[in-house]
Design a protein. Structure first.
Length: 269
């Protein structure tokens, strides 16, 4: 088992198989470099102004974090709704739902001097574990090159198959790999995989944006309706609007009377 780096080659099946086996994969060629540069530029002032507010033991004391990324960077819609990426996520999540949605969007900038983040799973927000069913996955976009020295995300390969969370206490350093990847690549990892940010032993920053996608019948991790303004959502494509949560899950869940086909914003089009 290894953390594979795979070029997107119109065969999302190969990538989803690799994710199913190891719990994670790095994917190249999903997005144009200009998109990454624009997102980075749009987020810079927000990191500078608000990034230190979320410092704590878990997030780190030398890490800047910002949430509601779509509100801060309209270009990040190109990451959220990236067609190639969605074709991979379809393979992982659609076996368990009719549609899926954004759970959270977070910018993470690890500064020199930061130590390793505690290993954790993103699924721990849900009081539920159904063996064989994935509840969500996370996509970490590298807005800088991710290196071993600057804090590339640490992944415990195969940990999505653990039956007992206590197994994390037995993890050895050789069980952990770092997601070393070039700027513009995306690390896709299952919500059930144990992982954490790396220590930054370099003298430069490591900026990334991590977006989570959860099954459409689960509650979104962050309340996107209150977090991202309707004005911003209305500037996005229908695909992104749906991903932000403006759709029902099938005929009954999240019912809305003005919704002819499960798409809540249809009336504005
Ligand atoms: O920054 C990273 O590489 C991972 C961060 C993470 O997993 C988290 O904060 O939940």
């Amino acid at each position: 088992m290894s953390l594979e780096t795979i070029r997107y080659s119109n065969n999302p099946g190969d990538i989803s198989q690799s994710i199913a086996l190891s719990g994670a994969a790095i994917v190249l060629d999903l997005v144009e470099a200009t998109v990454i540069d624009t997102v980075k530029e749009e987020l810079r002032p927000h990191f500078d102004q608000f990034g230190s507010a979320q410092r704590n033991e878990f997030n780190g004391h030398h890490t800047q974090r910002i949430s509601k990324i779509l509100e801060r960077s309209l270009e990040s819609a190109s990451l959220i709704g990236n067609r190639k990426l969605l074709s991979i996520i379809d393979q992982v999540l659609l076996p368990f739902c009719i549609n899926y949605q954004i759970g959270s969007t977070t910018g993470i900038e690890i500064y020199p001097g930061e130590s390793e983040q505690t290993l954790h799973t993103d699924d721990s927000i849900y009081p539920l574990s159904l063996p064989g069913m994935e509840l969500q996955l996370s996509v970490m976009w590298a807005l800088d090159d991710f290196t071993e020295e600057n804090g590339a995300t640490r992944i415990v390969l195969g940990s999505h198959r653990w039956h007992e969370p206590q197994m994390v206490n037995k993890v050895q350093s050789e069980d952990i790999v770092q997601a070393v990847m070039p700027k513009g690549a995306a690390l896709i990892y299952l919500g059930s995989v144990w992982h954490g940010g790396g220590a930054n032993r370099s003298n430069h920053l490591r900026m990334g944006v991590v977006n989570t996608y959860s099954l459409g019948w689960l509650r979104q991790e962050v309340n996107q309706y209150l977090t991202v303004s309707e004005e911003t959502v209305m500037k996005c494509s229908e695909t992104v609007q749906r991903l932000m949560g403006y759709q029902g899950h099938g005929q009954y869940l999240g019912r809305y009377e003005n919704d002819p086909d499960g798409y809540w914003l249809g009336k504005h089009q």
